[in-house]
Ligand binder design. Structure first.
Ligand code: URA
Length: 425
């Protein structure tokens, strides 16, 4: 096999054979195919696409590059959720313990934030003592004892994806649907979950800006999961506005704990309960109503045990920013728009996210919203509070927010949280 032949085939709009795909993934993982060659191939895939058969084979080859986990010894169903990433998306935090209440184990292997979208591990690391890295044995033991784990994916899981994702990130080739779908699904299938619910975000703060692209991504991933024997469904959910009232690590943990205590913003509660219902149904429990477990303390109890099992102190006060800056409403009226991308970039510039993989994040940095689309505000009332440990960051964060807010004199009905559902054909 020859890398140039594989690249040229895709560059010229051709179809890669199974043998070519198997070879190129293995050779790239082993360092035989060079970074610049894989980079050219990724760009050819972004421009010319792949058919379903090619995507399935590409995904299988990435799974075969590493280990596969097996949870069958638990003796109970497993369910996982994956979100394609948004602003203020702290849903995993209340969701994992909520689903575990109903005797479905939740192995939630999560990532860190890159760019304007937050990462679940960065959020949980705001809790004093909490650690993201578990061995496979620790993961299995916690699933048995507590029922829910949120941790980093081990290095043995789809190593080809790890290498390729870093390359795509540096070469403008993240946005290719075949590459996103195979990247996400190779990790989820290798992880060994029996059921998977995908939360595919649509809107200004999401990878997928349009409904059509989000639906194509969702259909591709649902087909990949189903063909691999994972009971997979996808919800399309709105990401034009941040979820809830916070974007930033400790701020989002605080909001997640409010949801676990039976309160919290209505959109966060609605999405948590809807996704929990889907996960339980996909795991063979379609008749369970998870909502009461947020009110009666059962989900909070699992949360506390889940955090403590990973060294965290669920009762410890969360860190608070030393510096805040409040943005006020410029006029009377109804908020018609509060742009998720602008808030995500502002939180990132305040220190909640990283510009390079090696950067540290601030637990305390982020943006707190005092109003959402549909709310009435009066001129001068607080609209957003910016939080950071480093006040020199305010200026660039405020630049990101310059055109973030729209007003209307007419009342506004905010769009629905859930926009659609994709099931296997
Ligand atoms: N998340 C992933 O894991 N992979 C992608 O390609 C995009 C988002």
């Amino acid at each position: 096999m020859d890398a140039i032949e594989v690249i040229s085939r895709k560059r010229d709009g051709g179809r890669l054979s199974d043998a070519q795909i198997d070879w190129v993934i293995r050779a790239y993982t082993d360092g035989v195919v060079a970074e610049e060659q894989m980079s050219a191939l990724a760009m050819a895939i972004l421009l010319n696409g792949m058919d379903r058969g090619e995507i399935a084979r590409w995904t299988a080859a990435m799974i075969a590059s590493g280990e596969r986990m097996d949870f069958s010894s638990l003796g109970k169903p497993t369910a996982d959720k994956h979100s394609t990433g948004g602003v203020g998306d702290k849903i995993t935090l209340p969701l994992a313990p909520l689903v575990a209440v109903f005797d479905v184990a939740v192995p939630q292997l999560s990532g860190r934030g890159l760019g304007h979208t937050g990462g679940t591990l960065d959020k949980l690391e705001a809790i004093p003592g909490w650690r993201a890295d578990l061995s496979n044995d620790e993961l299995l033991a916690q699933l048995r004892d507590v029922g829910a784990v949120v941790c980093a994916a081990g290095s043995g899981l789809a190593p080809a994806d790890k290498k390729l994702y870093a390359l795509r990130d540096a070469t403008g080739t993240v946005e290719a649907i075949p590459l996103i779908a195979s990247s996400i699904m190779s990790k989820k299938i290798a992880e060994g979950t029996g059921a998977l619910v995908l939360d595919v975000k649509v809107g200004s703060g999401a990878f997928m800006k349009t409904h059509d692209r989000a639906e194509e991504l969702a259909r591709t991933m649902v087909a990949l999961g189903t063909d691999a024997g994972v009971n997979t469904v996808a919800l399309l959910t709105g990401m034009d506005t941040p979820l809830g009232l916070t974007a930033g690590n400790a701020l989002e943990v605080r909001e997640a704990v409010e949801v676990l205590a039976g309160g919290g913003p209505p959109d966060v509660v609605e999405l948590t309960v809807t996704l929990a219902r889907e996960m339980l149904a996909a795991a063979g429990k379609p008749d369970v109503d998870p909502a009461p477990a947020l009110q009666d303390g059962r989900a909070m109890d699992v949360w506390r045990r889940m955090i403590a099992a990973q060294g965290g102190d669920p009762g410890a006060p969360l860190p608070v920013a030393g510096h805040t800056h409040t943005v006020t409403a410029e006029q009377d009226g109804f908020v018609s728009r509060l742009d998720a991308m602008a808030v995500g970039v502002a939180a990132w510039r305040l220190g909640a996210g990283r510009a390079r993989k090696e950067d540290d994040v601030q637990a305390v940095a982020g943006v707190e919203l005092h109003a959402k689309p549909g709310d009435h505000v009066t001129r001068g009332a607080p609209l957003l509070t910016l939080h950071t440990a480093t006040p020199e960051r305010f200026e660039r964060a405020l630049e990101a927010l310059e055109d973030a807010v729209g007003y209307s004199q007419e009342s506004i009905t905010p769009g629905p949280v859930v926009l659609g559902k994709i099931v296997a054909d």
